[in-house]
Design a protein around this ligand. Structure first.
Ligand code: SOE
Length: 392
């Protein structure tokens, strides 16, 4: 039976590969698992290759297609523009979408530069649309529960935030020069692609970063030309080689406004680590540890636990008490990567139904971009950099 009290939210999505699949699936699952005020409709899918976009639309359940994003934005039967295209396109599309009065969600990082990010933030503010950036790891129940413990004071004053985001998909020197390895398309390398997620988790859990010092490295400086071929795989398209213009790895230390001491590493050269996104937070009354590869677990330690049996213990965050978890299965029945997008997009469409802003949004994306820029500058100049000095 159709529920007429729900607000229809007609989505137009640009891009349809890895993230396009994650978003499409999530929109479809929202009404299945959540009592949402919104009814997301997969109205139109956009991509330049007509045959490929039609195939993707048929497979993922989109009702129509467009081959030019400008035509999609002009359509009156579209409420939301969802941007899952490479990073260099985010600013132009988002600004045009804001001008057309569409609500906007974009993949991360927000933009290539602080200047672009600032223009995007101004556009969504000026046109008063609802905006969000896809930092999906915030929406893991265990991460949300860690946030609740911190906000409730269970860890006390926070001394350390320690994060690693480790991948290894480009280690082979014959892996081609995909868009993620070109600065003019991606902005930065491991830093903006995965380090941006750790920065978002840090800002979400611990607060703003004040100052950073960084080093970065490009291990393989030239690669054969080629393209992504779905997921994180790619195909070489020519014998020619091109220059890698982004970092393969970055490490940085950060001072938070709160006085918390931060250490971070983001790399695509951590052999054997496919998508190891972790953090540990140490406070005066306790600690929490989380690892995306076992994303349902939160390891906690409390100093007031009984002496003799103290130690890190594992909480399986699948109970009613754990944010989002109650929407799924009986306790102990775990969820996965795709659910992070269901939660994120659920929050987005709910916010649209309620006509209010949501987090993380373009302000968060902008703040994140400031941190990314300070890290790049620090690595280049071998100096401590104040994050706010880039904030004008
Ligand atoms: C590739 O490094 C990638 O898909 C990132 O772009 C995502 O943001 C991350 O969540 C998983 O890895």
């Amino acid at each position: 039976m159709i529920n007429h009290s729900k607000k229809d939210i007609r989505i137009g999505m640009i891009g349809y590969q890895f993230m396009g699949k994650a978003h499409s699936h999530a929109y479809r699952d929202i009404p299945f698992f959540f009592e949402s005020k919104a009814n997301p409709i997969l109205q139109a899918l956009c991509g330049r290759n007509e045959k490929a976009v039609q195939e993707a639309a048929d497979k993922m359940g989109w009702q129509s297609i467009e081959t030019d994003w400008r035509d999609l934005i002009k359509r009156e039967d579209i409420d939301v523009i969802d941007i899952v295209t490479p990073n260099h396109t985010h600013a132009e599309i988002a600004i045009a979408a804001a001008e057309a009065g569409k609500h906007i969600i974009t993949e991360k990082p927000l933009a290539l530069t602080v200047e672009e990010a600032a223009r995007m933030k101004e556009a969504v503010e000026k046109h008063n649309v609802i905006h969000m950036i896809c930092h999906n790891y915030r929406f893991v129940p265990a991460v949300q529960y860690a946030k609740r413990l911190i906000d409730d004071g269970r860890l006390g004053k926070i001394f350390h935030f320690r994060a690693n985001y480790l991948q290894d998909f480009i280690i082979d020197p014959s892996f081609p020069l995909i868009w993620r390895l070109k600065k003019e398309v991606s902005g930065s390398g491991a830093l903006g692609d995965i380090g941006a997620h750790s920065i978002d988790l840090a800002r979400f859990l611990v607060g703003e970063i004040d100052e950073v010092v960084a080093m970065s490295k490009t291990f393989i400086k030239e690669r054969p030309l080629g393209e992504m071929s779905g997921g994180l795989s790619a195909e070489v398209s020519s014998q020619e080689v091109g220059e890698v213009t982004v970092d393969d790895a970055v490490a940085f230390m950060a001072k938070f406004d709160s006085g918390t001491f931060g250490t971070f590493e983001a790399t695509r050269f951590a052999t054997g680590n496919r998508n190891k996104n972790t953090f540990e937070i140490n406070g005066e009354k306790g600690s929490v540890r989380w690892d995306m590869e076992n994303m349902n677990d939160l390891h906690v330690y409390f100093t007031d636990d009984e002496k003799g049996v103290q130690g890190f213990r594992r909480i399986l965050c699948t109970e009613e008490e754990h944010p989002y978890a109650g929407a799924y299965w009986p306790a102990g029945h775990i969820i996965g990567y795709e659910h992070t997008f269901i939660h994120l997009l659920y929050e987005f469409v709910e916010a649209i139904a309620d006509q209010r802003q949501v987090s993380p949004n373009f302000h968060d994306g902008y703040k994140n971009q400031l941190v990314l820029a300070a890290i790049e500058k620090s690595a280049e100049q071998k100096s401590w950099e104040k994050v706010d000095q880039l904030n004008n």
